[in-house]
Design a protein around this ligand. Structure first.
Ligand code: SF4
Length: 520
């Protein structure tokens, strides 16, 4: 392994990893995150599903992540298969492979994981003994770009439906000879499942009661540092706001709240079982959690003596106050998302905050011990002009110790702006140049090229499957990583498959059908 970067990505037996005896009758499920270990192991959904499945006798659930290119080369050179971490079995030996779809730029890695694991890429090429390939997560809300490769999609919150799926596959797999088609037909009958070719109108599944739902407190603790290397406790799901560009508030609707009592139980058990010394409170907008002072007070009382830090990463500016309870929180950097500098444009986004509030809250934050303020903006919003660029700079200029992060606006499926178009790349670049030239403020720009590919994959239809396949064949891997992203090869993949990318970026008229229109 000396020639492999970060071998800790591929070893096994981390603290709390589950090893079950590989018996004939057990249902074997591989949970796959199509990015590297450090990203996948940071994801709460993976921990939830791993815990739910492994608690059940007769189900073996193991993990597999996308290899970094050096490991892929080694596997291919040695003609070895990509294996699960726990039992080192090839993916082809599992009954179900479940992919987590968190980011469109990982789509080629789904094909890579399947190929390296010995599983046919196209669902139509899979036979009776091949695994059933399932995918879920936010990107599954437009499943069509992956419909050639995935047997069934979970639309909505997988923890609600995963055991139904497991039971069905287990029952049918062992009862019916050549049962693949039967299994897929039966899966399509479950609410929240889309099995391409078997059903055509799907309603999402949601967890009704967060307190009553399973939450992992004894998840595997990595040997190497991962992106979110701490305990993450989801305190709320959904968001009380309805920003028009926002996909998350729609797909995680309605708002559900976990009680302070349950959060405290989870926190205590997690600290005991994992040894972590930091707890992060997670939600789309943690500042809107209705019992934040009570929760912060109780966490401080319990964990300060133990030296466990608390962090609250996602705040809406409107909710940030000089509150006593917030004193217990870690103060590295604080992020606010004004989205745009001008109040006129912000009103059209349905974001109800003013520049005066942003400036005042930033001042309070900096005076209360936060070292810097990071502001998130988008460019290319519907109705935006160059004057709105000036407004970004003016706003940032009124805040001390400020960093800006500027991303291209992507009209995402299911958001209120789903029919909007994406701004031309040249205009996005011009706006970036304009912002850079205006003042000496640190600005981190997200690449318009990446944004453009992300938008096409997010808004795609079935034809985009050909492009994803061609991109993978051309060697595109781990495209969320700047050092691996290759825009020219994506361009070639479109050219060679005869798919016009512009179709997916333009404004969609009211009467035009949306590829994701059958998902509700
Ligand atoms: S506050 Fe954040 S999560 Fe909520 S709707 Fe607005 S952008 Fe979405």
């Amino acid at each position: 392994m000396l020639d492999i970067l970060r071998p800790g990505r591929y070893i096994n037996s981390e603290w709390n990893a589950v090893h079950k005896e590989w018996t004939d009758n057990a249902l074997k499920i591989a949970l796959s995150f199509p990015d590297v270990y450090e990203i996948g192991m940071s994801h709460l959904g993976m921990k939830i599903l791993y815990g739910i499945l492994n608690r059940v006798e007769g189900i073996i659930c193991e993990r597999v992540f996308a290899p970094w290119p050096d490991m892929e080369k080694r596997l291919r050179d040695k003609k070895e298969r990509l294996c699960s971490l726990e039992s080192s079995r090839a993916l082809s030996e599992f009954n179900i492979i479940g992919f987590s779809l968190q980011y469109e730029m990982n789509y080629p890695d789904i094909l890579n994981v399947l190929d390296l694991g010995g599983v046919p890429l196209h669902r139509r090429e899979r036979g009776g003994s091949d695994p059933i390939v399932i995918a879920g997560g936010p990107c599954a809300f437009n499943p069509e770009p992956l419909a050639d490769f995935i047997d069934a999609f979970v639309i909505g919150e997988a923890e609600e439906v995963i055991l139904e799926i497991a039971k069905l596959v287990k029952d049918l797999r062992f009862k019916v000879e050549g049962s693949r088609n039967e299994i897929l037909k039966a899966l399509a009958e479950i609410k929240g499942i889309y099995a391409p070719g078997h059903n055509s109108a799907v309603k999402k599944r949601i967890v009704q009661d967060l307190d009553g739902s399973y939450f992992p407190t004894d998840f595997p603790v990595p040997y190497i540092q991962i992106v979110h290397d701490r305990i993450g406790i989801e305190i709320m799901r959904g968001c009380p706001h309805e920003c028009k560009f926002c996909q998350a508030c729609k797909i995680f609707h309605p708002l559900r709240i976990r009680s302070v009592k349950r959060i405290m139980e989870i926190a205590e058990e997690s600290v005991k079982n994992t040894g972590y010394e930091e707890i992060s409170l997670l939600s789309l907008s943690s500042g809107d959690y209705p019992h934040i002072e009570e929760l912060a007070g109780k966490l401080e009382e319990k964990f300060k003596p133990l030296g466990v830090k608390i962090s609250l990463p996602s705040l809406r500016v409107g909710t940030f106050e000089e509150r006593n309870g917030m004193d217990t929180l870690r103060r590295a950097g604080l992020t606010f998302a004004p989205e745009t500098g001008s109040e006129r444009l912000r009103r059209t986004l349905n974001k109800k905050i003013t520049n005066a509030e942003i400036i005042e809250k930033s001042r309070i934050a900096l005076n209360s011990g936060w070292r810097k303020v990071k502001l998130y903006f988008m460019v290319g919003l519907p109705g935006e002009t160059f004057e709105d660029m000036d407004a970004i700079i003016d706003l940032a200029g009124k805040i001390k110790n400020v960093n800006l992060s500027v991303s291209p606006f992507i009209p995402k499926p299911h958001s209120d702006f789903e029919r909007e178009g994406m701004e031309k790349m040249e205009t996005l670049k011009e706006k970036q140049r304009y912002l850079s030239s205006r003042r000496n403020i640190k600005i981190n720009f997200h690449s318009p090229e990446t944004g453009r590919i992300e938008a096409i994959l997010a808004r795609g239809d079935k034809r985009i499957g050909k492009v994803i396949l061609r991109a993978w064949e051309k060697g595109l891997r781990l495209q969320a990583w700047t050092e691996n992203f290759n825009y020219n090869l994506w361009d070639q993949a479109f050219l060679e498959t005869g798919v016009d990318p512009e179709v997916y970026l333009k404004k969609k008229e009211k009467e035009e059908a949306l590829p994701w229109g059958f998902i509700a």
